[in-house]
Design a protein around this ligand. Structure first.
Ligand code: BYC
Length: 308
């Protein structure tokens, strides 16, 4: 099939708001754009297990431990759906992991910060999963069928995660003065990195142009960030937490909150490998990946034997 033909049938589907499916013809740039985004999304889910995993043995009750374990297991599952989704575009799992280990593929900025106290587990569930839901609800309408469908299931699970985090924060705010201070401290440290999760401002987002043309993105980085701020401010106020932004103010005309400027210098530093935990996260991933080689070999041998 020639390139013009490929582009027009692809464009017809986009114009009719139909999903592009793995066996459809698609421009190479679209395929590459999706592989980049989906593999980075998968890496984020898997690396995101590390800060929370750090608290499994120290959860304050058996109930809290069970819920946290289930949440972390869900994140691993999300990573698997997303790696499988990216594989439908013609990249192997091994290549994606190699790109992660060599720094060619990114993962979300947010997982390069440490989880210092139990309140951080609350802040991660409430703010980080809360931000992820806002982004992923919009991606349920993305143009690539397998990615859109993966988002539907992931969003259902993420909403439990968001509630798990909010419950932790609510309970801490009903507790002692020390517990309240711990919750506020976690809020102070996780708020700004959570806003960075939505990516650079629209005017500085190099991939947004094509992402809109190809209907990969349905809402812009800034629109989604604003949506997250507007819904989270109320939740914070309800339990007595203060958003650490002195410029945060309701804007009657725009019908949304105005907010202070994000520290983009910090964002770039963290995304480029120099955040507080980047080295720790990658060293751990490489170590367990190497230790798991025998499991992958055994699984491949089993699959081969059963295919005969
Ligand atoms: N962190 O042109 P832009 C979770 C990069 S995990 C790091 O706006 P795009 C969870 C971007 O990749 C949820 N890098 O890009 C798990 C690009 O660099 P490259 C994770 C970022 O793709 C466990 C450059 O900046 N969610 O829920 O149009 C526990 C320019 O950006 C970030 C997803 O991955 C960032 N935050 O838009 C708890 C959602 N932002 O690739 C929770 C799927 C930007 O040229 N991804 N960059 O080297 C997306 O929706 C989009 O990729 C983004 C960025 C909105 C993130």
């Amino acid at each position: 099939m020639n390139t013009t033909e490929t582009k027009s049938s692809f464009q017809d589907k986009l114009d009719q708001d139909l999903c592009i499916e793995p066996k459809d013809t698609m421009p190479d740039e679209y395929r590459k754009h999706l592989i980049r985004q989906i593999s980075q999304h998968a890496h984020s889910e898997v690396i995101g297990m590390q800060p929370e995993g750090n608290w499994i043995t120290r959860a304050p009750s058996l109930r809290a431990k069970q819920i946290l374990l289930a949440k972390i297991q869900d994140e691993g599952g999300h990573g698997l759906y997303l790696y499988s989704t990216a594989e439908t575009l013609g990249i192997s799992r091994e290549e994606m992991i190699e790109q992660l280990h060599t720094g060619k593929a990114k993962y979300s900025n947010i997982f390069n910060y440490p989880a210092l106290t139990w309140a951080d587990i609350g802040a991660i569930g409430w703010l980080v999963d809360g931000a992820a839901i806002v982004n992923q609800v919009s991606l349920q309408k993305t143009s690539y069928g397998p990615y859109a469908r993966a988002m539907v299931r992931i969003c259902k699970e993420e909403s439990f995660h968001q509630r798990q985090g909010y419950e932790i924060m609510t309970n801490m705010m009903k507790g002692t003065k020390e517990q309240q201070e711990m919750a506020q401290d976690a809020m102070n440290r996780w708020w700004w990195p959570s806003l960075m999760m939505f990516g650079p401002h629209d005017s500085d987002s190099p991939h947004s142009g094509n992402a809109f043309v190809w209907k990969i993105k349905r809402k812009s980085n800034d629109e989604l960030r604003q949506r997250f701020i507007d819904k989270t401010v109320q939740q914070a106020e309800t339990i007595g937490l203060t958003i650490p932004d002195s410029d945060l103010k309701w804007n009657e005309t725009k019908n949304c909150y105005d907010h202070g400027e994000i520290n983009w210098e910090e964002f770039r530093r963290v995304v480029n490998g120099n955040g507080p935990c980047n080295k720790q996260r990658m060293t751990h991933h490489i170590k367990v990946h190497n230790e798991g080689a025998w499991v992958r070999e055994a699984a491949a041998a089993y699959a081969k034997a059963n295919a005969k």
